[in-house]
Design a binder for this molecule. Structure first.
Ligand code: G6P
Length: 612
């Protein structure tokens, strides 16, 4: 995720773009840049860091046309050179881009053979030069050249392209990343959402996927389909949202927005990596080190909080698919207990922020003892990503809500891809089972969408239990870590005491707590110890607890036992955590809202814990 802003009109562009970038920093903030056009020339300033760092660096601020970008790195670490805008080899074209061009490597090779030079490691610089190459060789106007280029690329984008030889227009296009055009009096605004232009105009045109527009001063905006050039009748809407609502995408809290982003970000996580048609999983960080995974006698997983829970899910995944023994440890414990690390051990460090002090220290210790460390991080270029020997990013985009949601499901997605990749390489999965899982993984985002559709029902369940003082969460197998994560979510944001437990283990203690006031959330999906969990439900029911069952769609049995059921779609056992997590996130969210808690910034917690 990145934020893009553009302006063309009669005002000074700089203050509009700078303010707009600050409003879009929730979309990424590892580097920022700006292009201003004035007196037939372009000035570009870019820097690693936040928009405030850019502000300190900018020298020239004049111009009525400008493009700005705040970055969430995907290709290439966050540094000045990889920051946007990017400029073409001739110096004429300037681009800002939010998204990922998957086939950039092949295009880069072709362009390099044709004499193009690249200064950055980004996919975006490849795209701007592809556009230039097409523009020059096919003698096309900018809009047309952009269109031809986009028909050659695979991936996701929201782009704005400016040509200094045609300084009265900006070309924009969208596929998979948002792009809004603000229409004022003799001026146009471009942005990832409407927040950068809300005080200038209420008229906004949102491009749909596979659409592009040429924004030309003095002309109406023309929207076309990228694929076949057909004209689209633009729908200009009158915005009635406040600034705050826009930044949160219309959601009341970042947490809810991030919960709802999960279908899209899980897709982003496996985009370009999961190719079910070809029966391939491609994890670029793993390919060079595959032998290490194949030879591993043991995999050690370390993390904290929600990331540790993702590690627990991974224990089942790696052991089931790849048949490699796994140990999962809190990083804070691992680092202080003189752990035994052997030559063939692989350590996987999981961290959303990539900055958690305990996880970082644990990695350093593991490396010192000779382990190979693989990082699974969300924040590109973060300390843990840099400290690891190799790794995979989760591509969840910035997570602002302190309670982790989309980071968890995207971590599980990466770990699933890794487990299947190793299993394929070490021959511990049958061809048919491998293909079955690849195909089902591709269906997960749509199934997450269906799980989210239970939101109104879940809000009603939350209303019933909002005043509870204790909660129990139970699950078995793959859903035991989900029970832990569900309890953690509730604790974090609603301040209700909650415990997650393996369902059968309940008999050895927590059952003593159960009375008719105690809500017990039981994950009882089909496939995976269903009958056993049903027996556990019977035990709870006979102690008169209030049972909230998370069940597979169509389940009738648990319905007769539970006080409330929440359905999730059917899937393969290994993928159930990706679905059962969703209602538990929503349940804790609604309970916290009903209790009047600060959902996005719960007391005493921090998003990134950089102290031990
Ligand atoms: C904090 C956050 C949690 C997170 C944990 C680990 O406690 O509030 O949401 O799971 O740190 O953070 P990491 O960035 O390493 O995943």
């Amino acid at each position: 995720m990145c934020g893009i802003v553009g302006y063309i009109g009669h005002r000074e562009a700089y203050p509009i773009i700078l303010k707009g970038l600050k409003r879009l920093e929730y979309r990424g903030y590892d580097s920022a840049g700006i292009m201003l056009y004035s007196q037939s020339d372009i000035q570009i300033c870019k820097t690693k860091g936040k928009v405030s760092d850019l502000e300190k660096k900018v020298v020239s601020t004049s111009g009525n046309i400008g493009l700005g970008h705040t970055r969430w790195a995907t290709h290439g670490s966050p540094n000045d050179i990889n920051s946007h805008p990017h400029i073409s080899n001739s110096g004429n074209l300037v681009i800002i881009h939010n998204g990922i061009i998957e086939n950039y490597d092949a295009i880069k090779k072709t362009l390099t053979n044709r004499g193009y030079h690249f200064h950055s490691e980004t996919d975006t610089e490849v795209l701007v030069n592809l556009i230039e190459d097409i523009q020059i060789n096919q003698k096309l106007k900018l809009g047309k050249a952009v269109q031809v280029a986009l028909n050659q690329v695979v991936g996701a984008y929201a782009i704005a392209v400016f040509d200094k030889q045609k300084p009265n227009e900006i070309v924009v296009a969208r596929l998979g990343s948002p792009l809004a055009i603000g229409i004022g009096e003799g001026e146009f605004f471009i942005a990832s959402d409407a927040s950068p232009f809300i005080e200038y105009t209420n008229n906004a045109l949102y491009l749909e996927d596979e659409e592009m527009a040429v924004i030309r001063l003095g002309k109406e905006v023309k929207v076309r389909k990228i694929e076949d050039d057909s004209l689209v009748t633009p729908y200009i809407q009158e915005l009635q949202l406040s600034l705050d609502q826009i930044e949160k995408g219309g959601y009341p809290h970042f947490m809810l927005k991030e919960i709802y982003e999960q279908p899209a970000v899980i897709t982003d996580t496996y985009r370009g990596r999961l190719l079910p048609g070809e029966g391939i999983i491609k994890m670029s960080g793993m390919e060079d080190h595959l032998q290490k995974f194949i030879n591993a006698k043991r995999i050690l997983i370390i993390g904290c909080g929600t990331s540790w829970h993702a590690g627990l899910v991974a224990e089942y995944l790696f052991e089931d698919f790849a048949r490699i023994p796994v140990e999962v440890e809190y990083a804070s414990e691992f680092r202080y207990r003189n752990p035994i690390i052997q030559n063939d051990d692989v350590v996987i460090a999981i961290s959303q922020s990539g900055e958690t002090a305990d996880t970082l220290a644990a990695i350093k210790l593991a490396k010192k003892k000779g382990a190979f460390v693989y990082g699974v991080c969300n924040v590109v270029g973060s300390s843990i990503a840099r400290e690891s020997d190799s790794g995979s990013y989760t591509h969840a985009g910035p997570e602002i809500g302190v309670a982790s949601t989309k980071a968890f499901t995207t971590q599980i997605t990466v770990l699933t891809l890794m487990a299947l990749r190793i299993a394929k390489a070490n021959g511990n999965i049958s061809e048919s089972n491998y293909h079955l899982h690849l195909q089902e993984l591709e269906r997960i985002p749509a199934k997450v969408e269906q799980a989210l559709a239970q939101n109104e029902h879940i809000a009603k369940v939350a209303e019933i239990f909002k005043n509870a003082t204790n909660f129990l969460y139970l699950g078995r197998g793959y859903n035991f870590p989900v029970a832990l994560e569900g309890a953690l979510k509730l604790k974090e944001i609603s301040y209700i005491h909650a415990e997650g437990y393996p369902a059968a283990e309940m008999k050895h203690g927590p059952i003593a707590l159960i009375d008719d006031q105690m809500p017990v959330v039981v994950i009882a999906t089909k496939h995976g110890h269903y009958e056993k969990v049903v027996s556990n439900i019977q035990e709870i029911k006979s102690r008169k607890a209030k049972i909230i069952g998370v069940v597979t769609k169509g389940d009738q049995h648990v319905r007769t036992l539970a006080d409330h059921v929440i359905e999730v779609p059917e899937t393969l056992e290994a993928f159930t955590p990706l679905l059962t997590t969703i209602p538990l996130q929503l349940l804790s969210y609604y309970i916290a809202v009903l209790r009047g808690c600060n959902v996005d910034q719960p007391r005493n917690l921090a998003k990134s814990v950089t102290v031990e």
